[in-house]
Design a protein around this ligand. Sequence first.
Ligand SMILES: [Zn+2]
Ligand SMILES: [Zn+2]
Length: 342
Amino acid sequence: MSELRRDPITNRWVVIAAERGKRPQVLEEDPPAKGDAVCPFCPGSEDETTPEVFAIGPPEREPNGPDWGVRVIPNRYPIFQEHSEGLRRGYGLFDQINGVGIHEVVVESPHHEASLADLPVAEIQHILQAYRHRLLVHRNNPNLRYVLIFRNYKKQAGASMVHPHSQIIGTPITPLLVKAKLDNCHKYYLDKERCLLCDLIWQEINWPQRIVSASEQYIILCPFASCFPFEVWLCPRVHCHDFALLSDQNLLEVAIALKEMLMRIKLTLNDPPYNFILNTAPVVRPRPGRPEYWQTLQYDFHWYIELIPRLTTIAGFEWGSNFYVNPVSPEQAAERLKQVSL
Ligand SMILES: [Zn+2]
Ligand SMILES: [Zn+2]
């Protein structure tokens, strides 16, 4: 089992996960040798994976059989895994927590060569339904504080498999970056009694130089302080703190907007590697000694998706300062992304 350790100087948690070194790699850059390695995510290889925990397919389908559209399986090489005790320990300066949590893979399509941007919106909606299902299941797990859903696309963005997939990781502590976002939204709300993201969306729409596109329900924008070239956010215009509360109709609308965002990135930047991250409400559970902790969450937080094309390298200055040097202004990036004809 992995272990979280806190660096006493930065307060940052690090996961020591020696098992992860044993992962297989099935990437387009490294085609498997004939006969000995096939893609375990392809239909027909269902018994090569861990048993599925969720799937979308016809009602008569047997679990772990073929004929699925989306399949969710526990990761065979998990960063965190289920365990009865989330033991917290401390030795002087050093804090440690067992790597208790969950790590799942969402196999997004039965087609090995499929590209998320090119999938029909109904199939993207199915992937989002899988995300919603897993968020709803995992919030009942007493060991979890946050459930992070993300997608690594291509090797340069951290993918070890070419077959289209995203990942779900439930963590035993709220990640420092997530906590900073939640805290900033909470403080803003306490000061103004308004949602920070709602205000940000209103301001961007009224000064639209960073808006890539806007529909009645969603906007796609390049954020004011983008860390990376062509960073884009997909934000719902109607306030909602929790992605898991969306209806099927809402998810169809997200799928339409997400497909548009992915297509614009793909066509503008020649199908770059990227990471996308779903920012949504944490697992809400009263904390001993902190009864006020999540009380205004439904008013102060606002879910959104961020996508970061991996076009630049993080180097010494970024590591040393946590400043990011972005050679493309978000205003230029929005202009380029807007020009794509879909
Ligand atoms: Zn495959
Ligand atoms: Zn809002």
